[in-house]
Write a protein that binds this ligand. Structure first.
Ligand code: ADP
Length: 177
């Protein structure tokens, strides 16, 4: 049996900022699908630290070696973006039962309103406790070991995060280039 249809997966999220946990899911999913679209959106329950363009650029820097992965930003309903992008599945990462509980509700609703399936990939062991929220907390408190932090988040992303948090603490004092 031959099937010429390409399997496109959509991996939506806030990625504010991208962590090694996200990048691990992207790298693993890129081997499972013909095309993977990382969809940078806005979670209305969270305040974004980086603009969508900044978040897209941060991810792009780290997926450039994966030829079947593209990064795009979107507004509105994820299922609508998935339909326009001709994605067959929505992909989400699951770290624990809290993620699973929240994701089941969203996945079920998305299935009801649009017929799109959601596929879950479990977080790799070493990233099961990594979250953008925690990384932001660690960087804002400061005094961490950079080499250790680099195990959880790419160093260039951590540096961008440090700069953004500094700007937030003392607005108006940042240099314009
Ligand atoms: P959202 O607000 O949409 O959950 P996030 O950027 O927090 O956006 O997460 C995007 C996706 O990546 C979600 O499916 C989330 O469960 C998953 N994810 C986040 N951190 C990790 C991690 N450390 N390992 C695996 N998946 C993760």
């Amino acid at each position: 049996m031959t099937d010429s249809r390409k399997m496109v997966a959509l991996f939506p999220g806030a990625f504010d900022p991208v962590t090694h946990g996200h990048l691990d899911i992207i790298q693993r999913a890129s081997k499972l699908y013909d095309r993977l679209i990382v969809a940078v959106g806005h979670n209305p329950e969270k305040l974004d630290l980086f603009t969508a363009t900044e978040r897209v650029e941060m991810i792009e820097r780290h997926v450039s070696r994966l030829p079947n992965v593209e990064v795009r930003s979107y507004d509105g309903l994820t299922v609508e973006f998935a339909r326009k992008a001709v994605a067959s599945v929505i992909l989400r990462g699951i770290r624990d039962n809290v993620d699973l509980h929240a994701e089941l509700e969203i996945a079920n609703t998305n299935l009801l309103i649009s017929d799109i399936e959601t596929v879950f990939l479990m977080a790799s062991d070493q990233y099961a406790l990594t979250s953008s929220r925690l990384i932001k907390q660690i960087v804002s408190i400061g005094g961490y070991d950079r080499d250790r932090l680099a195990r959880l988040v790419p160093l260039d992303v951590a540096e961008q995060l440090e700069a953004r948090l500094r700007e937030r603490e003392s607005p108006g004092t940042q240099e314009h280039s």
